[in-house]
Ligand binder design. Structure first.
Ligand code: ZN
Ligand code: ZN
Length: 247
């Protein structure tokens, strides 16, 4: 039987230097529960080290946590990767860490990068320059995400920085995103006017939450059998009765 799921597919934790320190996996799950969100994706910049904690924090709830990451390509375009399982995102993380520009995070300048467990206990401070870019081109990032079985979404294409559109000026035909994301800054009608040339893509909208109050600010509805990446792939393609809707 098909069911409708409310999803916010772009949420940062305290591992992202730019995110609020209150964005612990436990707090995110509690807030998503209060807001009746069915699926969330944890999408920290160039890292997935808080995903296990978020999945554990959600164990006693009905919330599904997708294992995600927001990768910065060599063109400084942000690309969301989504998986159902932790293993795949850890494989992606290994590749991203190998290709991340060298450097140490300046906590005073960019913020702390905190790895925590499901009880909000601090496990580690990630020292890598997660805010920086990788040496992987957008084409390479998509190829890697797809080879690992994930979905690739172009982040906030309406933003004037760090989006595929802002960095390249357009979306090349051979960049096969599974969806394009519009940020909460742009209403649907305005996006339809501005991005009419990208109607061939499926669009989603997500919060890109960096603090608690923004979680669920935007959600996309998915009609599908169960909350998995495979079902979501079908919903994004509008096949077999599955569908996605910008709410
Ligand atoms: Zn971004
Ligand atoms: Zn983001």
């Amino acid at each position: 039987m098909l069911k409708k799921f409310r999803a916010d597919l772009h949420i940062h934790t305290c591992l992202s230097p730019c995110a609020d320190l209150e964005m612990t996996p436990y707090a995110i799950i509690r807030n998503a529960f209060e807001k009746e969100i069915d699926i969330i994706a944890i999408t920290d910049h160039n890292s997935a080290e808080n995903i296990v904690a978020a999945k554990k924090a959600a164990e006693k709830t009905e919330i599904t946590v997708f294992a995600g990451m927001e990768i910065t390509s060599s063109e400084e375009a942000h690309i969301i990767a989504l998986f159902s399982d932790v293993q795949s995102v850890i494989k992606l993380q290994d590749i991203v860490y190998e290709n991340l520009l060298p450097g140490i995070n300046d906590e005073k300048l960019f913020g702390e990068q905190i790895v925590v467990n499901e009880k909000d206990e601090v496990l580690d401070f990630n020292k890598r320059l997660l805010i920086g870019a990788t040496t992987l081109s957008a084409h390479e990032v998509l190829q890697i995400i797809h080879s690992l079985g994930g979905l690739a979404i172009a982040s906030h294409i309406d933003r004037e920085a760090f989006s595929i559109v802002s960095q390249l000026g357009f979306i090349p035909d051979d960049l096969r995103f599974d969806a394009l994301e519009i940020s909460p800054n742009t209403e649907k009608a305005a996006a339809e006017l501005q991005f009419d040339m990208y109607r061939q893509f499926t669009w989603v909208t997500s919060s890109d939450a960096h603090d608690i109050r923004d979680i669920g600010k935007r959600t996309t509805g998915f009609t599908m059998k169960q909350p998995t990446i495979e079902e979501m792939r079908q919903a994004l393609k509008n096949t077999d009765g599955r569908k996605s809707e910008w709410e």
